[in-house]
Design a protein around this ligand. Structure first.
Ligand code: CA2
Length: 141
């Protein structure tokens, strides 16, 4: 049976492709979602794609995933570096978690070098651009 993977995106990622293309590329989040859906179909995966600018909404989506998802791919965006609440929610999720960043956070400001989420993630990706979303699906095939 097809695995269900939740793809969760944090604050400001709704602006993808609309600003700072030198860091985040030219693809919009809708482009990313479409490309992931096509790739997922080739891997016999189904995706639930979600973005929110609100920490609590992301926490609640992770709670929903506890009952439904076989895995989570999460780009927590700025909450990566601040959110114990998202870490705690992920710690209550029993299936694999892949943390993903479009940019190479380790090449950027020091405050982006620490991630609360990495303590829970099975795998961490950074610097593959928006291609990373597609690559992350391979983990679950
Ligand atoms: O590289 C990543 O994917 C990040 O998670 C993106 C976050 C940043 O805070 C993390 O340190 C690294 C920022 C997402 C904001 O996305 C924008 C996209 C286009 C224009 C403005 C913001």
């Amino acid at each position: 049976m097809s695995k269900l993977i939740y793809v969760l995106n944090g604050p400001n990622l709704n602006l993808l492709g609309k600003r700072q293309p030198e860091i985040y590329g030219h693809e919009t989040l809708a482009d990313v979602e479409e490309r992931m859906r096509k790739k997922a179909a080739t891997l016999d995966l189904t995706i639930e794609f979600f973005q929110s600018n609100y920490e609590g909404a992301i926490v609640e989506k992770i709670h929903e995933a506890r009952e439904k998802a076989d895995g989570i791919i999460i780009n927590p965006a700025a909450y990566t570096h601040t959110s114990v609440a998202i870490l705690d929610a992920l710690n209550a999720f029993d299936n694999p978690v892949v943390e993903l960043h479009i940019s190479n956070v380790h090449k950027r400001e020091a405050f982006r070098h620490h991630s609360f989420v990495s303590a829970r993630a099975e795998a961490v990706m950074a610097g593959f651009g928006t291609l990373g979303y597609e690559l992350a699906l391979e983990y679950f095939k």
